[in-house]
Design a binder for this molecule. Structure first.
Ligand SMILES: [Zn+2]
Length: 158
């Protein structure tokens, strides 16, 4: 894997998932770990951390790539069913952390900036502490997404 970096945040998060220490852990899937995002400014914001430490989609084998994309779509569907947003945003950036991870952002109809990318929202506002992932507050949300995801995975067998 060409550009994968040392001290990778995604590798660290995956290690936390494996150790049962990731506060936002939702579910282990075949190609990745579904987790709730650190900031819940966009309620339901979730990520799919790729088990393969690749930087670009084209570095995955065709089989893993298709499965990874499918599982991203399943996570997105589960999030959509639980939080019922106006729209979902799907982002795969990796400009800072060179390890594939999907961002799933629910967008809401009362968001005055809903026609713009999530990044149009002021960074400081998005990171206000009231939006920090709170395991006590967010456990029901994570459980609901996990339940939906497990049902979807059962209805989409290999
Ligand atoms: Zn990594």
């Amino acid at each position: 894997m060409a550009i994968h970096q040392e001290n990778c945040e995604i590798c660290e998060r995956i290690a936390q998932c494996k150790a049962g220490e990731h506060p936002g852990f939702i579910l282990e899937m075949e190609t990745g770990y579904a987790v709730l995002g650190d900031s819940q400014f966009f309620r339901g914001y979730s990520l799919l951390l790729c088990k393969t430490p690749a930087t670009e989609l084209d570095e995955l084998t065709p089989e893993i790539r298709l499965k990874y994309l499918e599982e991203m779509a399943l996570l997105a569907e589960a999030v959509r069913k639980v939080v019922q947003p106006h729209k979902l945003n799907y982002e795969c950036l990796g400009n800072m952390v060179h390890h594939l991870h999907w961002h799933i952002f629910p967008r809401y109809s009362d968001d005055e900036q809903r026609e713009k990318p999530v990044w149009a929202h002021d960074k400081a506002a998005r990171r206000e502490s009231q939006y920090n992932l709170d395991p006590a507050r967010d456990a029901p949300l994570m459980a609901a997404i996990r339940d939906e995801l497990q049902q979807l995975m059962q209805s989409h067998p290999e």
